[in-house]
Structure formats: structure tokens, C-alpha cells
Design a protein around this ligand. Structure first.
Ligand code: HPA
Ligand code: ZN
Length: 326
């Protein structure tokens, strides 16, 4: 219908996207073969059939398996370029993408191979289409703070290519305060800071991300809605929430898309945005996320335009670039 057409045509941003989560099965098998790595699944269909998750951990187990075929700079380039091509075709004009260095370092893949491949694709997309970007390195929260510090050391020669740091992987049991000192060190280096919080974890984790880490935005944030004081704090600090509708559905953060809280977030005055998280695993990219919201929640035109605008104001672009995209 008309709103879906509008959502496809309008310029959009992506602020919550794990590049390893854009690994389509066909490309995964092609790169596995190229690198002579064995995948546990023996066909594209068998792999796709396994994409049934009841929680975050179910998904993460497959996500780490999938990324295990990425070995060389060109693999990271090809993965990123395939994603950026799709985003250009969906009128996405700015992307802020996460990568998980520890997920590759643990397999002996050097930091340089990862970051150079991803960054070269981002630069090519900027040159070809004027697509702007930020690159965010995420710490895996199921690992120790010491491991995060080691990763930060390895990242230091590449900091000109890295705009910020994030915190992802298994949330419950790994609160933001576990990473207090490493995030403080990142801030000292001038990096922007975000963290996944309130996807499965309690409102307390969102409080910690805000008050102890001092995040510049919040990834997901769904469970913040359980705490009125927290809602007020997020508004007071004008923190953007990078919400991921299809991800929430696939990981059972919501039971049905008709119950997705994004409309409620907007009506509360929260700066919600629409993002795709791990689109190859969750059944859709940017435009699919918007279409699903439009068809299953009764968001109206004003809400739709506000979500897109929030994606620009909540991004880490400089003010001049924001003005250019608005
Ligand atoms: N949540 C936590 N960690 C992740 C996710 C997610 O949605 N995607 C990739 N790593
Ligand atoms: Zn995520």
C-alpha cells in the first residue's frame, strides 16, 4: 500500500547492524568452499531450516558458526559489499555497522584482515553512491573484560578507521558494569560508545549502560519500558534507541509483530529508530522491517517519517552530514 511504498522510497539510515549477521547462506557456502572450511550444515536448505530460534543464545550459536568461514581480507570485503549493495537498492543513505573482532581473533584471523576488508567496502560504497558510514567495534560480553582490553590494544593501530565501540552477545549474566573500565578507556581515546541493553536483560542493565558506562545510545532497549523512571532518564538524556523489529520477533523478544512496542516508544517521546540487526538470519533487511511494522502495527505516516528522521538525528554523522541527509 501507500505507506509501504513511502517507506521504500524514503532515505533511511541503519544504526544497528552486525556485518556478520548479513551472511546469506549462499554466500556463506561459496566462501566456505573458497577457503576449504567445513560447515556443519551440508546444504543451503539445511542451514536455512535451522533458523528457528527461541531466544538470543539459539541464534548466537549459529551466528558464530556462520562467521567461522571468514578468514581473509577479501572475505570481509565481499560480505560487506554484498550488504551495502542491498542497502543502496533500498535507499539507505547512511550505515553504522558493528563487527565482532573477538569472533575472528579467536580463530587466528588478524584484526587488520577484518577491519581493512570491511572499511574498503565502506569506502567504495561512499565513492560510488555517496553512502556515508561509521564503523563500530563490539566487545563480546560473554568473554572477560581482560579479553576486551586485549582487543582494544589490537585495535589501536586502526583507530582512525573505527568510530565507536559496542557491547553484544549473550546479555543475561553479563551486565554492562562488567565492562566499566574498558569502556572508560575507549572514551579516553575519543570513541563513541553504545551497548546492547534491555533486549533480554532487565531494566537494571539499561540503567548501568546509561549511568555507569555513559552510552551515547542504546541498542534495543525494549525492556526499558518496564521502568517509568528509566523512560524519563532516557528522554532527559535524549538517547536514541536502535530498535530491531524482525529481530525481536525471531528471537521471541515479542510474541507477535502486532505487539511490537515501537508505536508505544514513539508515543512516550522516545527516539526510536528501525534497524535490521542480523538480516540474513531474521528474515529481512531494512525495507522488510518497515513493511512488517506498517502491515502489523497500525503506525501512521507521521510515525513513519519520525522513525526515519530519528535515524538521522540519532546517528553519529557530523552536523553538516546530518543537514545534508535531512
Ligand atoms: N544481540 C546480542 N548480540 C548480538 C546480536 C543481538 O541481537 N546480534 C549479533 N550479536
Ligand atoms: Zn544487535
Amino acid at each position: 500500500d501507500a505507506l509501504v511504498a513511502l517507506s521504500k522510497a524514503m532515505p533511511k539510515t541503519e544504526l544497528h547492524l552486525h556485518i556478520e549477521g548479513t551472511f546469506e547462506p549462499e554466500q556463506m557456502f561459496a566462501i566456505a568452499q573458497r577457503n576449504q572450511v567445513d560447515l556443519k550444515y551440508h546444504s543451503v536448505d539445511a542451514l536455512k531450516a535451522a533458523y528457528q530460534f527461541t531466544n538470543l543464545q539459539d541464534f548466537l550459536d549459529l551466528y558464530y558458526q556462520g562467521m567461522s568461514v571468514l578468514l581473509h581480507e577479501v572475505d570481509f570485503y565481499d560480505l560487506t559489499m554484498a550488504y551495502l549493495h542491498k542497502m543502496h537498492s533500498e535507499n539507505v543513505v547512511h550505515v553504522e555497522i558493528f563487527f565482532d573482532p573477538q569472533g575472528h581473533l579467536s580463530r587466528g584471523v588478524a584484526f587488520a584482515e577484518q577491519v581493512n576488508g570491511i572499511h574498503r567496502a565502506l569506502q567504495d560504497a561512499k565513492q560510488q553512491w555517496g553512502m556515508t558510514f561509521k564503523l563500530i567495534m563490539s566487545f563480546l560480553r560473554h568473554l572477560s573484560e581482560e579479553s576486551a582490553f586485549e582487543t582494544l590494544e589490537l585495535a589501536k593501530p586502526f583507530l582512525p578507521l573505527i568510530d565507536g565501540v559496542g557491547l553484544d552477545s549473550s546479555e543475561v549474566g553479563h551486565p554492562p558494569e562488567k565492562f566499566l573500565r574498558v569502556f572508560a578507556a575507549c572514551k579516553q581515546l575519543g570513541l563513541k560508545v553504545t551497548a546492547h541493553a534491555g533486549e533480554e536483560g532487565p531494566p537494571e542493565y539499561v540503567w548501568q549502560a546509561i549511568e555507569q558506562i555513559g552510552v551515547d545510545r542504546i541498542d534495543h532497549g525494549n525492556r526499558a519500558l518496564e521502568d517509568d523512571k528509566l523512560i524519563e532518564e532516557i528522554k532527559k538524556r535524549n538517547l536514541t534507541l536502535t530498535v530491531c523489529p524482525l529481530s525481536n520477533l525471531k528471537l521471541c523478544v515479542v510474541t507477535d509483530m502486532t505487539e511490537h512496542p515501537i508505536k508505544k516508544m514513539l508515543s512516550l517521546g522516545l527516539q526510536a529508530t528501525v534497524n535490521s540487526d542480523d538480516p540474513a538470519y531474521f528474515g529481512g533487511y531494512m525495507n522488510d522491517n518497515y513493511a512488517s511494522l506498517i502491515r502489523q502495527t497500525n503506525i501512521n505516516k507521521e510515525e513513519l517519517l519520525k522513525l526515519a528522521k530519528n535515524g538521522i538525528t540519532g546517528s553519529w554523522m557530523d552536523e553538516e552530514t546530518k543537514t545534508h541527509h535531512l
